[in-house]
Design a protein around this ligand. Structure first.
Ligand SMILES: [Zn+2]
Length: 245
């Protein structure tokens, strides 16, 4: 099995990369790739879920001192992280809420694995073929399954993870896996076997990424969930930083 970069090694690798670049040029710039989906009242969401809607509290044009809004939406609209309480326990006891998620899985080195175009289960074979070009894998991977995305159209047939994939990722030391579709499970799944397999294996995961502008490669990922203490998921602003390592 492919050797993996463990989280403890990441800082050394990043620091070494930065040192090399410093020797080349003192004028360093980052290329930041936004891999978040836009959220608006036209953003498609899972059938039966609560879409985004905006309420206006105050308007400058009506004499108020500020424009002020509030909004309603499921935390699963757009790019987001699920917490354990999404698939187990009681919402009232505040255990497993998204505020308690460890942040390390969402911040650090991450490989984009291109398996596009795919609208089916992502298998161990898909993973191994895509990972073949990497001498080592970082502890985070995101799967690009689509070359183009329509944020306003609900697509019922989408790529999703499989239990065999999760086992293969775990064997490589992966701690976070994300994808550019609405769920890690098949739309018709009632037992959510992939969600449960990921939680049992100690994984964190990201859903609804937009990887259309990210080519296969290794990046620095930043996609921390908000510190929402009463919710089972959270929107994230996910970005990849290019050429940092
Ligand atoms: Zn979700």
């Amino acid at each position: 099995m492919k050797p993996s970069i463990v989280p403890e090694q990441e800082l050394c690798i990043i620091a070494a990369g930065l040192r090399i670049r410093q020797q080349i040029s003192l004028q360093m710039t980052y290329t930041i790739i936004d891999i978040s989906q836009p959220v608006s009242s036209s953003t498609a969401c899972f059938p039966g879920d609560t879409p985004f809607s905006r309420q206006v509290t105050l308007r400058l044009e009506e004499g108020a001192t500020v424009n002020l809004t509030s909004f309603t939406m499921s935390p699963h609209v757009g790019t987001h992280a699920d917490a354990p309480s999404h698939i187990q326990g009681h919402l009232e006891d505040n255990h497993g809420m998204v505020s308690g998620m460890p942040l390390l899985p969402y911040i650090g080195l991450c490989a984009v694995l291109d398996v596009s175009p795919l609208a089916d289960g992502i298998t161990k074979q898909h993973f191994e073929k895509a990972a073949d070009g990497f001498p080592e894998l970082p502890p985070r991977v995101v799967f690009k399954t689509q070359k183009n995305l329509r944020f306003d159209v609900w697509e019922g047939k989408y790529a999703h993870f499989t239990v065999e994939l999760i086992e293969a990722l775990r064997a490589c030391g992966i701690i976070m896996a994300g994808l550019d579709t609405p769920s890690v499970d098949h739309i018709a799944s009632k037992d959510l076997e992939v969600h449960h397999a990921m939680m049992k294996a100690g994984f964190s995961w990201l859903e609804n990424l937009d990887l259309t502008k990210a080519d296969q490669g290794i990046y620095f990922l930043s996609a921390a969930p908000l510190k929402l203490t009463e919710l089972e998921a959270s929107p994230v602003r996910a970005v990849l930083i290019k050429d940092l390592v």
